[in-house]
Design a protein around this ligand. Structure first.
Ligand SMILES: C[S@@+](CC[C@H](N)C(=O)[O-])C[C@H]1O[C@@H](n2cnc3c(N)ncnc32)[C@H](O)[C@@H]1O
Length: 274
């Protein structure tokens, strides 16, 4: 079968070069430029127009498999200065955060923008993502990453603001929080999320889980609280050697999910109204 046009590498594409030892190198194909990897180079113009899945050699005779990165391959290779949420957690965050096409989502703590990209892909063109980031340099980095890897995103609003000062948006469907003390945001989150909305927090330590869950349970406008972590173990499958990999990502963060509900007095009053 002939490769389709969608498979052909285009000028400006971000491409993953995978060597014989399965090490990954993310590079951009700049017309007229050279791709430098492991002491050798390749002419970008020779690669542009080839189909994904091809094999290329650099001037040092190193062999590479050439592919555009999947989203899971992109995240660990993303330019960054702050910790990103790993692919193993981003999948469950999208599912348990119930991020759906057309949803309006607030993201708190944009960092390099790994989760922003996943949220933008999940809400699609009809949805809207509003990202709050306290530090201008991270907001800029996230915007550069999103532009480079997703292109233009008119449905993404980045606000350089301290989320503790509150959210301007009301009737929001979903909210994700990736900052150290997410419980401090509960009053503002309750104002901003619509009843039935989903709040999802991502925290690295057990004490943070406790503070967050206790605060959610005592707040009065959050319920159905669940906490979990994800463990993903890759397997080595080669010949008769079929076993878990020796190394795995042991710990990243805990995911805490809750639903925004009506305060107890209001919920009863509404249930009794004919
Ligand atoms: C761990 S990083 C987020 C990484 C991001 N989720 C990703 O996957 O790429 C946390 C970010 O939250 C930002 N932050 C911390 N406190 C904040 C606040 N009160 N309001 C807005 N942003 C805040 C930090 O500047 C930092 O960029």
């Amino acid at each position: 079968m002939e490769p389709s046009d969608a498979s052909r590498l285009q000028p400006g594409d971000n491409v993953l070069f995978i060597d014989r030892k399965e090490r990954e190198y993310l590079r951009r194909l700049k017309p007229g430029g050279r791709v430098h990897i492991r002491g050798g180079t390749m002419e970008a113009d020779h690669l542009i127009g080839l189909a994904e899945g091809c094999i290329a050699y650099n001037t040092a005779r190193e062999r590479f498999l050439v592919l555009r990165p999947s989203f899971a391959q992109l995240i660990p290779n993303l330019p960054r200065r702050a910790q990103v949420i790993y692919p193993k957690d981003i999948g469950p965050i999208l599912l348990w955060g119930d991020i759906y096409p057309g949803a309006t989502v607030i993201e708190v703590g944009t960092g390099p923008g790994a989760l922003s990209m996943a949220l933008l892909r999940a809400v699609g063109h009809t949805g809207h993502v509003i990202s709050y980031e306290a530090r201008a340099e991270f907001a800029e980095m996230a915007q550069a990453n999103v532009r480079q890897f997703l292109g233009e995103t008119p449905n993404w609003t980045v606000k350089v603001a301290d989320a503790l000062a509150g959210f301007a948006e009301r009737g929001v469907d979903r909210m994700t929080i990736d900052i150290a003390e997410p419980w401090q945001l509960l009053p503002a989150a309750a104002h901003s999320l619509r009843p039935g909305g989903v709040l999802l927090g991502y925290v690295p330590t057990a004490l943070q889980v406790k503070s967050f869950v206790d605060s959610l349970r005592t707040h009065g406008e959050f319920a159905a609280v669940q906490s979990f972590e994800t463990l993903v173990r890759f397997w080595h499958v080669k010949g008769l050697s079929i076993r878990p990999e020796h190394r795995m990502i042991g710990h990243t963060g805990f995911i805490v999910v809750a639903r925004r509900v009506l305060a107890a007095e209001k919920a009863v009053e509404n249930a009794l109204t004919p």
